[in-house]
Design a protein around this ligand. Structure first.
Ligand code: ADP
Ligand code: MG
Length: 372
């Protein structure tokens, strides 16, 4: 007999509650909801990233989770236990939450080892072992007795990470943690940080306004705009299936073709796009990332149209080309309607202005949005 029917607990039928659950969170400043009905969960071992432009409410959300600000609506639970709603509130120091902020500096009067040991509660021997383990993990073992002022920015950041992780927090909150670092160091430190976070298995909520950082670090991106989450999912999904024009443009430069729906179709240089369910006369934006346009190098632009297997071709004339280092940006004027499209090509390819060419597009890489 199925055990559910006789009311016995079924050990494996219930997934564990998420490590962090934020439910309908709202925060109002001066009559304006800067965090507006925000809900999401983060599992142990997962890196979730609140991504959005400056002022969209990311840090406010993080501060409420940390317990240093209070919401006007909604609730937060950790491992299924209520941490705060609008009445009840566990104080910040009892939430088992680690913090790492850009301006959350190391204690200048404490050595590296003492900084990392600061939040530890165990016995001296156990603490020493934990400090040594983490400093080894962030490759700072040679600096145990150094003081923060003697370290580079990248080294200080690694010590700050070790300090935040030392007490094995259930959740680590990171607010723009890499923005103070030299651009050249960032990707390396991001990757090291991610490896350590994954090993520790903590749930991470990372705040950033940089899509590159979110895509590099996150398992799940929560895209925010004006206090609301407008899209969520894996980086691949946000990049390749954006919910609207603004979401598409947040991740890269975009081309926007405009058209008007006639008989559920929209005419473009690449032929007609299906716009089912959109009434005739509705203006639509067709959004294409420059890296999704391919140039038919081999054939040249004078022959017949190429017939790519999964897409369509359109003819244009090079307006100009710019060398960007790893890639080149080529600008075309399309024969069909005079629209200008930019394509990036991953090599040094600098066609002369006036050169005719075929551009190719996979249809599933063009995003069609009725204009609102
Ligand atoms: P983000 O971290 O996404 O850049 P914030 O969460 O810091 O954005 O801020 C969201 C909005 O809330 C901003 O318009 C900011 O000015 C406003 N804000 C944040 N904190 C306060 C506060 N304590 N009082 C009034 N307005 C605030
Ligand atoms: Mg912020």
């Amino acid at each position: 007999m199925p055990t559910e029917l006789i009311g016995l607990p079924v050990p494996h039928s219930q997934p564990p509650p998420p490590r962090l659950a934020v439910d309908k969170l709202t925060r109002v400043f001066d009559g304006l909801a800067v965090v507006d009905d925000v809900s999401f969960t983060v599992s142990a071992g997962e890196v979730a990233c609140l991504l959005g432009p400056s002022g969209c409410g990311k840090s406010t959300t993080l501060r409420i989770v940390a317990g240093v600000d209070m919401q006007d609506g909604g609730r937060i639970s950790v491992d299924g236990r209520l941490v705060c709603d609008t009445v009840f509130r566990v104080p910040p120091e009892r939430r088992a939450i680690g913090l790492m902020f850009q301006d959350f500096a190391l204690f200048p009067h404490l050595s590296v080892a003492d900084n990392v040991a600061f939040g530890l509660k165990g016995g001296a021997a156990a603490n020493r072992a934990r400090v040594a383990e983490l400093l080894d993990r962030v490759r700072m073992s040679d600096h145990v007795d150094s003081y923060p002022h003697a370290l580079s920015g990248g080294e200080q950041q690694r010590v700050a990470l070790a300090r935040a992780l030392a007490p094995s927090p259930r959740i680590l909150l990171m607010d723009e943690p890499f923005s103070g670092l030299d651009e050249r160091l960032r990707d390396g430190i991001r990757d090291e940080t991610l490896a350590l976070l994954k090993d520790e298995g903590t749930a991470v909520l990372l705040v950033t306004h940089e899509p590159h950082e979110a895509m590099r670090m996150a398992d799940q991106i929560l895209l925010m705009r004006r206090g609301r989450i407008v899209q969520r999912g894996a980086p691949y999904n946000l990049y390749n299936a954006p919910v609207d024009r603004e979401a598409a443009a947040f991740f890269s430069d975009v081309n926007v073709l405009t058209g008007t729906v006639q008989g559920a179709l929209t005419d473009t240089p690449f032929g007609e796009f299906l716009t089912p369910g959109v009434p005739d006369g509705t203006p639509v934006d067709i959004v294409i990332r420059p890296q999704h346009l391919r140039i038919d190098f081999h054939r040249g632009g004078r022959g017949p149209a190429p017939t790519p297997e999964h897409g369509t071709a359109a003819h244009g004339v090079v307006q100009r080309a710019r060398f960007l280092g790893r890639e080149s940006l080529v600008e075309f004027r399309m024969d069909h309607d005079g629209s200008v499209l930019r394509a990036t090509v991953p090599a040094v390819f600098m066609p002369d202005p006036g050169t005719p060419m075929w551009l190719m597009l996979r249809r599933d890489r063009a995003f069609v949005f009725p204009r609102r």
